[in-house]
Design a protein around this ligand. Structure first.
Ligand code: ZN
Length: 114
């Protein structure tokens, strides 16, 4: 259950930012790559549970999935890799390099405005 560990990590960052911004965070935008097998509901639930009682209580997590990308060796284009096709979307070639998967990052925190 690595969602709990991720939620803890996120909360730590948000709490630090909340201190700097002296505001109450209401929305956190998280993004990660294709191969992160994260259950969004579990993550949100875990975050909600540990945020209780802190300045982050009631904060919402918005999750964005970054598509997997590849670079075609034949036509030179970068394309979004479709796991069901496994060919370049531009020329149909099977000669391509996969890009590294996107890491999990906290992209943005929205603070309550008064
Ligand atoms: Zn191509």
């Amino acid at each position: 259950m690595h969602e709990a560990a991720i939620a803890e990590e996120l909360l730590k960052i948000v709490l630090e930012q909340a201190k700097v911004n002296e505001g109450r965070p209401i929305v956190g935008k998280v993004s990660y790559g294709h191969f992160y097998a994260i259950n969004e509901e579990v993550l949100s639930f875990a975050f909600k549970a540990i945020a209780e009682g802190s300045v982050c209580e009631g904060m919402k997590l918005v999750v964005e999935h970054k598509p997997l990308k590849a670079h075609c060796k034949m036509c030179g284009s970068d394309f979004v890799f479709d796991i069901t096709k496994c060919v370049c979307s531009g020329c149909g070639s099977e000669e391509f390099d996969m890009f590294a998967d996107e890491p999990l990052i906290l992209e943005e925190i929205e603070f309550e405005t008064e």
